[in-house]
Ligand binder design. Structure first.
Ligand code: ADP
Length: 470
């Protein structure tokens, strides 16, 4: 079976969040299971594209409105990611330093999708399945069925994976003329509430859609940023498949980015050594439990609650805990946290920005990780944290609910709180502090979570089972 994953993120080529981690790992696990899985992404101006060798395998051009766009398809020569990686190079449209936040984003993603289909058609490549990831490539299930130039793909199955339903890629109908020619009487499939909505298009037109956890699938029927009714009416083709973790890269036993490697048996000493190095670097007290937050500063992640949680926790637990925050995004959230850094020197430290190496160091050094998310389709942080023996303190939502079991339950190994409020988060942190303060508890819980199996093997097979059903 030949499957093409189409995405605008793929680790380590280009990453903003979990989407990249999934697209950079899932195809490798699928290949191990006998599927010929490829990845197709835009060619960006990024370190990965500068440091790797590519061979040109196709060139072409098409009109986007009145603008003629030329593209080149480049294949990474050594397949260093463990799967064939194809990048579509469209000068001035896609070869940029950042992935998102350009004013012509609609033009960028339409061009990427058009070039992809144009290339497949002209190279006579006909995959069995195109697995599209998130709204940036949400027009593909429509175009393969209704664009006059791409009729040969009518029977190619399309699977659409929702990594985040909050972002939908809305565009004004004035962008409609930029799309490849399509049966105009099908325009209604493109429309949602008077806009072209690529996420809605994908859900309407795909053969099946998946979400990155079962819990998130159920939540989308009630809370999907305006698409609740659509998800509900298309429920028959929806599947929840939880993300896995790439244990070739996220593995404390072999991780080259952390100071000291460790496994379950050596986790007590190993984590203590990592924590010592880390606390010395950031001026924190290594004898105190270390709580961390890693992630985007977005309200969806509950990052706006962090300052209040920090104040709340410190005021009730003086000298009982240190906190380290790694994140970037909303500048107001960052400003609020910066103020607190001066109020709690030696107890609160932070790094504002994106830093992959630091994330690994933090997972290895921290005792607990906090995720006060309002929306969490799957959440990878808690999975990485547990793999590194770091206890998750998470809100009961989406994938967090599916992957973290509270210590009060049978075989529990984490702390779950009901609402995304500073009070609920702070009381869960206090509960965790009390718990790990008891002799031997910390190591017992750490062992339990490090032995959990969140590898991709099972989930990669579930995707393949779905492709086979289609
Ligand atoms: P989302 O995709 O919604 O941002 P996920 O939990 O699915 O959330 O994935 C987040 C990924 O991004 C993880 O790999 C996490 O370690 C990483 N990450 C988030 N923020 C940062 C940061 N500031 N520095 C390094 N890694 C980060």
């Amino acid at each position: 079976m030949h499957v093409v994953h189409l995405s605008v993120e793929c680790f380590p080529l280009a990453k903003v969040g979990g989407l990249a981690d999934v697209v950079g790992a899932l195809p490798r696990y699928q290949r191990k299971l006998g599927v010929d899985a490829w990845v197709v992404c835009p060619f960006y101006d990024k370190p990965f594209t500068r440091d790797h060798n590519f061979s040109s395998i196709a060139k072409g051009s098409f009109f986007q409105g009145s603008e003629e766009l030329h593209y080149e398809v480049l294949k990474e020569t050594s397949d260093s990611l463990g799967f064939p990686l194809y990048l579509i190079h469209i000068p001035s449209k896609l070869d940029r330093q950042e992935i998102y936040c350009y004013p012509d984003e609609a033009e960028q993603w339409i061009a990427f999708q058009h070039a992809f289909l144009h290339w497949l058609k002209n190279s006579q490549i006909k995959p069995d399945v195109i697995n599209c990831h998130d709204h940036h490539v949400g027009l593909i299930p429509f175009l393969t069925k209704h664009a006059s130039d791409f009729k040969e793909f009518e029977n190619v199955k399309t699977v659409f994976t929702v990594h985040n339903g909050q972002y939908q890629g809305w565009m004004n109908w004035s962008k409609g003329i930029l799309l490849p020619a399509f049966d105009t009487w099908k325009w209604g499939l493109l429309d949602w509430d008077g806009l072209i909505n690529p996420l809605a298009v994908a859900i309407k037109c795909c053969d099946a859609f998946t979400t990155v956890s079962e819990g998130y699938l159920q939540e989308l029927y009630r809370q999907a940023n305006g698409l609740e009714d659509l998800f509900f009416s298309e429920a028959a083709k929806g599947y929840g498949i939880v993300n896995g973790i790439d244990d070739a890269y996220w593995n404390p036993g072999e991780d080259k980015l952390i100071p000291v490697n460790y496994d379950v048996e050596s986790s007590k000493k190993g984590k203590a050594k990592n924590k010592k190095v880390f606390c010395e670097k950031y001026g924190l007290d290594e004898t105190l439990p270390l709580l961390t937050y890693i992630g985007r500063f977005a309200t969806e992640k509950g990052a706006d609650l962090l300052s209040e949680i920090v104040v709340n926790v410190f005021s009730n637990n003086e000298n009982k805990i240190s906190i380290f925050i790694l994140g970037s995004g909303d500048t107001q959230i960052q400003t609020n946290l910066e103020k607190l850094l001066t109020e709690y020197p030696g107890r609160l430290a932070a790094f504002f920005g994106y830093n992959e190496t630091l994330a690994h160091e933090v997972y290895a050094a921290a005792d607990m990780i906090l995720m006060p998310s309002r929306v969490e389709p799957c959440g990878l942080n808690q999975l990485y944290a547990m793999k590194y023996g770091t206890i998750p303190i998470v809100r009961r939502i989406g994938g967090l609910k599916d992957t973290v079991r509270d210590v009060s339950e049978k075989k529990g190994y984490g702390f779950v709180f009901p609402e995304a409020t500073p009070e609920d988060a702070a009381s869960a942190i206090e509960r965790a502090l009390d718990y790990i303060g008891q002799r031997g508890k910390m190591q017992t819980i750490r062992r339990k979570e490090m032995e959990l199996d969140f590898s991709w093997d099972k989930s990669a097979q579930q995707y393949i089972d779905l492709y086979n059903r289609l």
